[in-house]
Design a protein around this ligand. Structure first.
Ligand code: GUN
Ligand code: ZN
Length: 372
């Protein structure tokens, strides 16, 4: 028995997007879902109650960071990640496969695993399929990720082919190392760079391993949007209908809607929290740099269409002041709003799927946001 179950509720007749629900040991979440990122066992600036108030159904955390600090044993002793951070809804942990490539400097990739330097104290660290799974078993998230190789963009065909084959061998080692398949669902990660043939090869190899869910990795790494959509279009149709599909590291509003249209069920991205901390907010009329002098005397809310705490209680003028003065409340409010904006966008996407009008929704949303 798998730790999770995916229920396909319906497909949108206009687009083929899927409305679904994923049941986990910590309750269910509705899909398509956006997962706020809580890298260090906290979604920066947001308490668990606040996350619930904006209807976050599942959050993501990172093996790499928690391994380095405070260490998985401390979290295990606390009763696992849910208890440690007081979040009782589903959690997904990424394997560290991506972070060692993006954060750890001095990395050496070998068949056995990856050696890298800690971004905290420069000490030498090693992650392998076995250790990434062991750490995730101790953390205790509902969904855990295979340890994969995330390649840079662009990359040569031959290199990517070798990498895909290594990611498959690592995936097999992850399954073997996984001690809690009944309480933690291990997802495989399809790689393959920007080569359709290699995406298909990766998908076929991982399908044989019968994971309870599949992620698509190595996208949104600097390639043009069209290229990412092509990769999704050649990969998603190969994946099983009765399991969730997760597009990793994707979270701009256009990618979320286009991903859902192409059959993706789960997304995560630091975008809303990161841009919030720099004073940029997402609104139904596009991105807005709230620090701009333009808003110094603007007494309207960030987004008049938004129901979040920031928009219900504060003006652009005040939030701009807080951000410029580097007050903590400023980044809390922009983060709060941005997360609510994306969670609400996903809610609207689910509603549109239910009513077979996701393409109409997409066109209207893109027009207002300023995409074309
Ligand atoms: N986050 C964003 N992209 C990736 C990826 O390709 N692999 C992993 N493990 N995490 C990611
Ligand atoms: Zn708001």
């Amino acid at each position: 028995m798998s730790a999770i179950r995916y229920e396909l509720i319906k497909k949108c007749k206009q687009t083929g997007a899927r409305l679904g629900r994923v049941y986990t040991p910590h309750g269910y979440f509705d899909t398509p879902a956006f997962m706020p990122v809580g890298t260090q066992a906290t979604v920066k600036g947001m308490s668990p109650d606040e996350l619930k108030s904006i209807e976050a159904g599942i959050i993501l955390s990172n093996t790499y960071h928690l391994h380095i600090r405070p260490g998985e044993d401390i979290i295990k002793e606390a009763g696992g990640l849910h208890k440690f951070m007081n979040w009782d809804r589903p959690i997904l942990t990424d394997s560290g496969g991506f972070q060692v490539f993006s954060l750890g400097d001095f990395r050496k990739i070998e068949e056995e695993g990856v050696t890298f330097k800690s971004h905290v104290d420069g000490s030498k660290k090693f992650l392998s399929p076995e250790s990434a799974i062991k750490i995730q078993n101790k953390l205790g998230a509902d969904i855990i990720m295979a340890f994969d190789e995330c390649i840079p963009y662009p990359a040569e065909f031959h290199y990517v082919k070798k990498s895909v084959e290594r990611t498959t061998r690592w995936a097999k080692r992850c399954i073997k190392a996984h001690e809690n398949p009944e309480t933690q669902a291990l997802f495989g990660i399809v790689q393959g760079g920007m080569y359709k043939e290699l995406r298909r090869q990766s998908a076929y190899e991982l399908l044989e391993l019968d994971f309870p869910g599949y992620a698509i990795g190595g996208l949104s790494v600097g390639e043009p949007a069209e290229e990412m959509y092509e990769m999704l279009e050649c990969t998603v149709p190969l994946l099983p209908e009765d399991k969730p599909r997760y597009l990793m590291g994707v979270g701009s509003p256009d990618y979320l809607v286009e991903g859902a249209i192409r059959g993706i069920d789960m997304f995560d991205c630091v975008l809303p929290t990161r841009i919030g901390r720099n004073g940029t907010v997402l609104t139904s009329r596009g991105r807005m740099i709230i620090r701009d002098a333009l808003y110094a005397r603007d007494q309207s809310p960030i987004d008049p269409d938004c129901d979040c705490y920031a928009c219900k209680n504060f003006t652009r003028s005040y939030i701009r002041h807080l951000i410029k003065a580097k007050e903590v409340l400023g980044i809390r409010l922009t983060t709060w709003h941005n997360l609510r904006f994306l969670l609400n966008l996903m809610k609207n996407v689910r509603e549109a799927i239910k009513e077979d009008r996701l393409l109409d929704f997409r066109n209207e949303f893109f027009k207002n946001f300023g995409y074309n």
